[in-house]
Design a protein around this ligand. Structure first.
Ligand SMILES: Cc1ncc(COP(=O)(O)O)c(C=O)c1O
Length: 350
């Protein structure tokens, strides 16, 4: 759900892309993004499209034809990362587990010792399964092998810890429409100095011109060389989303999402729903991925919720389509009152 303040911010007049006031908004957005990503990375800015564009920018820039890319794959979005790696010419090796599982340091050790990759990619909050993987089990081992680490933070940013610098992630990308409670349309990305240095020395050009991060970055620093035309209303939205995070405090915001998730979990379990991710410690707080109780049809439940209560919840993706429900309590919805309302509506529609 887009926060009301964010909707209002988008209605301000559009400005030119080199208007000094617009450039001050761009600078403010970049600083707010650093805080929410948990990084000091200078190279932090929005990629001008949705989360998949951030993903493709990460892959297209840091993978070259012939690079060895290891993907930790236990869900729909990790499969998307692998597919992009293949399209950009990488030799992709997958560390696979059942959907809903997370990876241990032993898993990482085994595959990285064997494959000796140039780049490693994992999904921090796998939206298809509700599994959260901070990266702490994977990243130190990848670093030991000298590999660059890409993290998909599309669903974690703003609601759960990303902590790029503390974890040691080199490249993280995200979106606006999940933990930041904004509209879709920009994909914040952040790149470590080590990864940026690698990019500076890269000999071949990335196959995607629009997503070439070196070209893109020229707009974000003086003299602000034109690369693409940013959309001012989306920047106003992102600035307001980041202000909301700032006012609440990032850690308070994480705690609010955690409390809402725990409240939702106890209610859903009481109603007979079963979490796909068994261990509570590995679950996303703000996204419940659950199997409905026996006899409850997930599509019929979703339709009744929408028809009777104007509440939309997500269906399963990929191989989980038709089997599970994906229920988000993010941003303004992560409150005790809205979780209560949601649980009452689910009880009514079972
Ligand atoms: C984990 C994850 N990665 C990537 C994406 C792609 O983002 P978008 O749909 O904004 O392109 C999503 C979208 O839900 C996601 O959940």
């Amino acid at each position: 759900m887009v926060d009301a303040r964010v909707c209002q911010a988008m209605s301000k007049p559009a400005l030119g892309i080199r208007d000094p006031f617009f450039l001050s908004i761009v600078a403010d957005v970049r600083q707010g993004l650093r805080r929410v990503f948990g990084t000091l990375n200078a190279a932090t800015f929005p990629v001008p499209a949705g989360g998949s564009a951030g993903m493709e920018a990460a892959v297209a820039n840091f993978v070259q034809p012939g690079s060895k890319l290891v993907v930790f794959a236990a869900g729909y979005f990790a499969d998307r990362l692998s597919a992009m790696g293949e399209r950009h010419g990488a030799c992709v090796a997958r560390c696979e587990k059942a959907w809903g599982e997370v990876f241990t340091a032993e898993d990482a050790e085994a595959i990285l010792d064997r494959e000796k990759p140039d780049v490693v990619a994992f999904v921090q909050a796998e939206t298809s399964t509700g599994a959260y993987q901070s990266g702490r089990a994977i990243v130190p081992i990848a670093q030991r092998h000298g590999a660059l680490v890409i993290a998909d933070a599309v669903t974690s940013l703003g609601a759960m810890p990303v902590e790029m610098d503390a974890v040691g992630i080199d490249i993280a990308f995200s979106c606006m429409q999940k933990g930041l409670s904004g509209p879709a349309g920009l994909s914040p990305i952040s790149i470590s100095p080590r990864a940026w240095q690698w990019l500076e020395g890269r000999r071949s050009q990335p196959a995607a011109w629009y997503l070439d991060l070196k070209l893109m970055a020229e707009y974000f620093e003086p003299p602000h060389v034109y690369h693409h035309t940013p959309s001012p209303p989306l920047y106003y939205a992102l600035q307001e989303s980041l202000r909301l995070v700032e006012e609440e405090g990032l850690e308070c915001r994480w705690r609010r999402h955690r409390r809402a998730g725990e409240q939702l979990a106890s209610g859903l379990q009481r109603l007979g729903f079963q979490y796909l991710v068994e261990d509570e410690a590995n679950r996303t707080w703000h996204l419940a991925v659950v199997k409905p109780p026996p006899g409850v049809n997930e599509a019929a439940l979703r339709k009744r919720l929408l028809d009777r209560h104007d509440i939309e919840i997500g269906a399963g993706l990929g191989r989980l389509a038709g089997q599970i429900l994906r229920i988000g309590v993010m941003g303004p919805l992560a409150t005790e009152g809205s979780v209560e309302q949601l649980l009452a509506a689910i009880e009514d529609c079972r």
